[in-house]
Design a binder for this molecule. Structure first.
Ligand code: ATP
Ligand code: MG
Length: 425
């Protein structure tokens, strides 16, 4: 019988890549606590309308990327392609308004039917941070400072640039939209088929097109700045001065729009040229109109999401992950139980132990050493041989490879625990 293959666009992540992935998530968890963003857990699927009503019918995500299906009750459900819409649905259905302004964070898998390539998958993972029920530009600033600190703590801020734009308020946006339609209509025949289609329905989308036929015209397209109301200008001014005050570098990107329709005012992406075509690692903005599209009251909010796989690729193996571990090596089969008891004792004391279930001590030692060296070249390592004997000095022999100060300290600590405990054997 042949073995079923994994679904196209999904990944089985193992080894150094899995460690980098975990490091990204752990760093995010630590940093979001510094900003007191509360952890939430969200369902992986929602009613299809949660996404179709909020993200916009003419966006790529809704028109061609969603995994939607009918369940056995005949209801149309969708595997979440992003976090924000589900979080807004939860905010409304759970009465989280009482906590406003509410700062929340989550992470997990998302699903989009895309053409798989490096950095682009059908199941991928995001970090997500949102501030719900806050219309102040200071909320936008705080989210961007959080994103900036995250990238710095991951050690990948160099070569990643914050591209910042404003889409203005409803009034500014409508005027800009009309100017874009007029501008692109004049060159309609030269645009891509997709953009000809977008022209009347959703002209802002053309600015986000990756098709070179469209990009030739994007550079000279009308800019939002010529249409901003004074309120919208004032809002954007507070965002940029807040960033400057917090020491967060940014670059103005006047044709930046996001792949989803719900953004107002602030829109941003952190981009790099170190990942080829998939250069956006984090994106987001303000979405004051989203709650209303889900039938809720006007609720200003702002948020971002970052691709964990893309962040992990940037991190690579450049993070501190010194392994500290003791290999537990019984010298004969009848000492397996005693070796297991010692491993349990040391682990309860907070010492990482490597164990295996077969092979002689010499082979086990070699495997332990290669696995720890594989995980980190600067690993701290000791081998504890478990022997038969009556007094501790005969029962154990501990050795380390390079006898560094750290390895000697580890060995002393292990012998001290074993000497104190007598481990009830
Ligand atoms: P892109 O322009 O690369 O398609 P997007 O604008 O569709 O990205 P968002 O919906 O804003 O992306 O998602 C935020 C982040 O999630 C992206 O910046 C990226 O890092 C990551 N991301 C989005 N789609 C994928 C995917 N299919 N595979 C891997 N990561 C993704
Ligand atoms: Mg996309």
């Amino acid at each position: 019988m042949n073995t079923p293959q994994a679904i196209r666009g999904t990944q089985d992540i193992f080894g150094a890549e899995a460690e980098a992935f975990a490091h990204v998530v752990e760093t995010f968890e630590r940093v979001r606590k510094l900003y007191r963003f509360r952890r939430i857990e969200m369902p992986v699927f929602e009613k299809t309308e949660v996404f179709s009503r909020s993200i916009g019918e003419t966006t790529d995500v809704v028109s061609k990327e969603m995994y939607s299906f009918e369940d056995r009750g005949g209801e149309s459900l969708t595997l979440r392609p992003e976090f924000t819409a589900g979080i807004c649905r939860a905010y409304l259905t759970n009465g989280w308004q009482q906590h406003a302004p509410l700062k929340v964070a989550t992470h997990g898998p998302l699903f989009r039917y895309e053409r798989p390539q490096k950095g682009r998958y059908r199941q991928f993972h995001q970090l997500d941070a949102e501030i719900l029920g806050a219309g102040e530009p200071q909320a936008d600033v705080e989210l961007l400072v959080l994103a900036d600190q995250l990238l710095k703590e991951l050690g990948i801020a160099d070569g990643v640039t914050l591209m910042l734009n404003t889409l203005g308020d409803a009034e500014s946006r409508d005027a800009w939209r009309a100017a874009l339609v007029e501008y692109f209509r004049a060159v309609k025949a030269e645009l891509s088929e997709d953009s000809q289609d977008r022209l009347e329905r959703n002209p802002l989308r053309i600015l986000d097109s990756k098709d070179p036929r469209d990009q030739a015209f994007v550079a000279d397209a009308p800019r939002i700045d010529d249409f901003l109301s004074s309120e919208a200008q004032d809002f954007f001014g507070k965002v940029t001065s807040g960033l400057d005050a917090a020491g967060v570098a940014w670059t103005r990107a006047p044709s930046l729009v996001r792949g989803l329709d719900y953004y107002r005012h602030t829109a941003f992406e952190f981009v790099t040229d170190r990942l080829g075509a998939q250069g956006t690692v984090l994106g987001g903005g303000r979405y004051d109109g989203l709650m209303e599209s889900l039938g809720g009251p006007f609720t200003p909010a702002v948020g971002w999401a970052a691709g964990i796989e893309r962040l992990a690729m940037l991190v690579g193996d450049r993070f501190p992950h010194a392994e500290v571990s003791v290999a537990i090596l019984p010298e004969s089969d009848d000492l397996e139980a005693k070796a297991a008891a010692i491993a349990a004792l040391l682990r309860r004391e907070g010492i990482s132990c490597w164990t295996a279930f077969r092979q002689n001590p010499k082979k086990r030692n070699a495997k332990a050493r290669s696995e720890i060296a594989m995980a980190s070249s600067d690993g701290v390592y000791a081998a504890l041989y478990v022997r038969s004997g009556e007094i501790p000095s005969q029962e154990f022999k501990i050795t380390s490879v390079s006898e560094t100060e750290a390895e000697l300290r580890l060995s002393r600590r292990v012998m001290q625990i074993l000497g104190e405990d007598k481990f009830g054997l």
